[in-house]
Design a protein around this ligand. Structure first.
Ligand code: FES
Length: 197
């Protein structure tokens, strides 16, 4: 299980950039440098990011980076999906009525496909990054716990759809960024059918 930044994708980008550099250098260095600048600027400005989910196992979380923020993709198990129903009485905004997600994520699973949820990994209280606690039973988080995220800064709790619990400092569910599946195995974060976020 990996829950770090998607290093394999970064390696791919690095290798691709290196190969392009080699080709560019064979002709002239100046056009190569010039051609790379807009891309770097676009990244800094928050260009959409592709996340490869082809190797994700059920229950796994992977982390990418978009606009300088951690973005999580979680592939939820059947048991974890059932837990999202069980936990509803303990949640502040179980039906996602506050505008913390695009309309295609205003459903029980806060997702386009039931299994996969995409979340901005920043607590809606004061901006810490919550800890992934996927276990369905966790003695330290209460008997109602069905997997989710625990913020170590002031104790906010979120379920595996990023929905905030009642009685914690965080006022809102975790943000769901605009995103879309561009294939069965790749999610684009930062854009959807309506355009770039
Ligand atoms: S920043 Fe997460 S609970 Fe305060």
């Amino acid at each position: 299980m990996s829950d770090g930044v998607d290093h394999s994708k970064r390696r791919t980008l690095t290798i691709a950039a290196g190969a392009a550099g080699g080709v560019g250098a064979a002709f002239t260095a100046v056009p190569f440098v010039a051609s790379m600048l807009p891309s770097a600027k676009a990244q800094a400005a928050g260009a959409p990011v592709e996340i490869d989910i082809s190797r994700m196992e059920p229950g796994q979380r992977i982390t990418a980076e978009w606009r300088g923020k951690p973005v999580w993709v979680i592939r939820r198990t059947k048991e974890q999906l059932k837990g999202l129903d069980d936990i509803v009485p303990y949640l502040r905004d179980p039906n996602s009525e506050l505008p913390m997600q695009p309309d295609y994520a205003e459903n029980a699973y806060r997702s386009i496909r039931e299994e996969f949820v995409v979340l901005v990994g920043i607590c809606t209280h004061l901006g810490c990054s919550p800890t992934f606690r996927p276990e369905v039973i966790a003695a330290d988080l209460g008997e109602e716990w069905r997997g989710g995220f625990f913020c170590p800064c002031h104790g906010s709790k979120f379920d595996l759809a990023g929905r905030v619990f009642n009685g914690v400092p965080a006022p809102k569910n975790l943000e769901i960024p605009r995103h879309k599946f561009i294939s069965d195995t790749v999610i684009l974060v930062g854009a959807d059918d309506q355009g770039v976020a």
